[in-house]
Design a binder for this molecule. Sequence first.
Ligand code: PEP
Length: 250
Amino acid sequence: MRRKIVVGNWKMNNTITESAALATAIVGELGAGFSGCEVGIAPTFIALQEAGSIIEGSAVQLVAQNCHYENDGAFTGEVSARMVKAAGCSYVIIGHSERRQFFGETNATVNLRVKKALSEGLKVILCVGETLGERESGIMASVVTTQVREGLAGVSDITEIVVAYEPVWAIGTGKTASSAQAEEVHLLIRTTIAELYGQKAASHLRIQYGGSVKPSNAVELFAMPNIDGGLIGGAALNAADFVAIIRAAS
Ligand code: PEP
């Protein structure tokens, strides 16, 4: 039985003070002793420490939105895996479509980041997903399976990996993949993982869905056999909505 995992990706939202307020509200809404599923929040880098101090001792874990593949050096604007680990993160999101779209991330650089994060003791949420154009031109399956294969190249153990399937056309657009559409791709990802790592590893892998998840659609999505939780953008910026989604996964 796979334990569901719900993570809020705050993206480039909230000052340190606002992040502290949101983290406080989430911990409060969730209540003490919550254990229904795994939960994480991913504030901006500069708010990690403050948010981390607020969620300490709660069921909420600290997640970074990205990390670089070098330990340190001349990489202006980047933050290394070592640094986010030291800031208290247990997970890091790698290969989010916004990183691929706006910051030139490729499967190759995603793979470098994945390997570095794992070597630093971080768990990885590897994001994959096709654009609308790719879906409409019939190459969704090859795009997604290539992202999985190349993102994980050289990774021998996927115990600390979560895959997030996030169709780019559903992110921040209000258009959710139907539960059947999402399930089809989740099954495809699990099948690909089985080919690469064997049936047992594939059956343990958690695959989150991301793309306009809201309290109103979370129950149906999370009920699908291969959907093991969600990576939540917009709805994670509201404590009541985020906790309602967490409860839907619990
Ligand atoms: C995301 O960016 O990971 C995401 C799923 O965003 P949204 O929920 O806003 O579509």
